[in-house]
Ligand binder design. Structure first.
Ligand SMILES: [Zn+2]
Length: 484
């Protein structure tokens, strides 16, 4: 896949043949590429206009015409070729631009993933896709303090650097190279980086991108830049694709692993995992279910195996106790009507208020949720430092509250609806109508089921549930081995 240096190389190679050319015709052979416009409107807007510059932001090429911008993303395999206008189109040419000079620009894309979009000058940076992009490392605003602030995430630094809404233009190859240069382990939690490390990261990224651009980018696999120019940076790669080869600094054998699902290369000696920081070796299991589907049964099974379980319901319960700072805030927000005679918060009264009033629900969530999150974070840090291979976070509304984003895998406990209703009636002493109403207020089980990585069916016998649990543990252990 072309990354920023390759796209910059494409831009530079197109300048000379394209800038100053006036369009007299456009052929669109594959209209999906220019959606939402149709071929006719697309051509109509472009014909008669002269290309006066080609800019780039991240991996987007911006062809600047008189009163419109043509935004191109090459995705996996997009390339441009210059040919005489009368040359017959190749099978993989999807769009042809014909110039008054008799030359033409052909867009070639074997995978057809590339996109072309038209944007007016005024909306160019204020509308997607460009409005969604972060800043390039060379942008004057980017410095150690800026990056440090933007890296306020628990994700691995490798994943955070690939996120184009933070820093723009570092793809998989260049993130590996940058982290090696900065001597930072790719699994390091992004918010554990020091200001000095952020500064080093920026300097390394700049140096590596500069060098790659000077060498015409990196040509690996099938990607060859437009006009047949191939990059030379692949000869300068220090870690990427070099697993098993000696580190250029220390001779240690380089390692390939997966971080955030992407192939990741690093030197275990030069980029040691910071044990003073938070270990990411523990697998965090998010456990959830519908109301009364039997989540606590499964939670008990984890505990029986010695796996620590963080119970967010219990934490939320603590938030209501008179010792918690959230107690006072809740009373100030909802009035003393939520208090029982003994000055504790009446859970039933609060529960009914939450259920009946979405505004109150939102207010209370905004008080309780950050409290729960903070306690969970502290508890996770403590448990990870003890090197537990698995830690369970038990969250009734795992997906609704976005708690799943801090989990490595999610497990959903399933039961049939009539079983939920029966259990709720028996457990909470409520009638059938109210039980049904409560179920309706939640995300449907079928939806949660598709969001979860694993499903434990608790609709049959307890023996069946136990079997499903053992199967789950077996695959989690296997995943753990494969992943590291
Ligand atoms: Zn090394």
């Amino acid at each position: 896949m072309p990354e920023l240096p390759e796209v910059e190389t494409v831009r530079r190679t197109l300048l000379e043949p394209i800038v100053g050319q006036t369009l007299i015709g456009v052929d669109v052979f594959y209209a999906k590429m220019i959606r939402p416009l149709d071929a006719e409107s697309f051509s109509k807007i472009l014909i008669g206009q002269t290309i006066h510059a080609i800019d780039r932001l991240g991996k987007y090429l911006i062809f600047k015409l008189e009163d419109v911008n043509l935004l191109v993303h090459l995705r996996m395999e997009g390339k441009f070729f210059i040919k005489p206008s009368d040359a017959l189109p190749d099978t993989h040419e999807h769009i042809a631009f014909y110039f008054a000079s008799g030359a033409s620009l052909r867009y070639h894309d074997v995978r057809k993933f590339g996109t072309m979009t038209l944007r007016s000058e005024t909306s160019l940076y204020d509308t997607p896709p460009l409005s969604r992009l972060g800043l390039e490392v060379t942008h004057p605003t980017v410095n150690a303090g800026w990056l440090h602030k933007r890296l306020n995430t628990r994700r691995a630094i490798k994943v955070a650097l690939l996120d184009q809404t933070i820093l723009l233009g570092l793809g998989n190859i260049y993130v590996d190279e940058t982290l090696f240069c900065a001597k930072i382990n790719p699994n390091t939690q992004a918010n554990m980086l020091t200001l000095t490390q952020c500064e080093t990261l920026i300097n390394c990224a700049k140096r590596i991108l500069d060098k790659a651009i000077a060498l015409g980018g990196t040509s690996i696999r099938t990607y060859l830049n437009s006009l047949g120019i191939s990059g030379k940076f692949q000869n300068k790669l220090t870690v990427h694709l070099r697993q098993g080869e000696p580190c250029l600094n220390c001779q240690t054998s380089l390692v390939k692993t997966k971080v955030g699902g992407r192939g990741t290369y690093y030197c275990p000696t030069c980029q040691p995992f910071n044990t003073e920081g938070v270990s990411t070796m523990s697998t965090i299991i998010g456990l959830t279910g519908g109301i009364a589907t039997g989540k606590s049964t499964v939670s008990a099974m984890f505990k029986d195996m010695g796996i620590p379980v963080i119970d967010t319901d219990a934490i939320a319960h603590d938030a209501l106790s008179p010792n918690a700072e959230t107690y006072r805030i809740l009373i100030d927000t909802l009035s003393e009507a939520i208090l029982a005679p003994d000055k504790t918060i009446n859970r039933n009264t609060l529960g009914k208020m939450l259920f009946n009033d979405p505004v109150v629900r939102k207010q209370v969530n905004e008080i309780i949720h950050p409290y729960v999150r903070q306690v969970v974070d502290t508890e996770l840090t403590r448990l990870k430092a003890l090197n537990h291979p698995f830690i369970v976070v038990d969250v009734p509304l795992l997906f609704e509250t976005n708690f799943h984003t801090i989990c490595d895998v999610t497990v959903f406990v399933y039961a049939k609806q009539y079983q939920q209703i029966e259990r709720m009636m028996a457990r909470d002493h409520i009638d059938e109508a109210y039980a049904k109403q409560k179920l309706k207020a939640q995300l449907p089980l079928s939806k949660k089921r598709t969001l979860a990585d694993y499903v434990i069916d608790n609709s049959q016998s307890i023996i069946q549930t136990k079997k499903a649990f053992q199967k789950l543990m077996a695959s989690l252990r296997k995943e753990d081995e494969d992943g590291y």
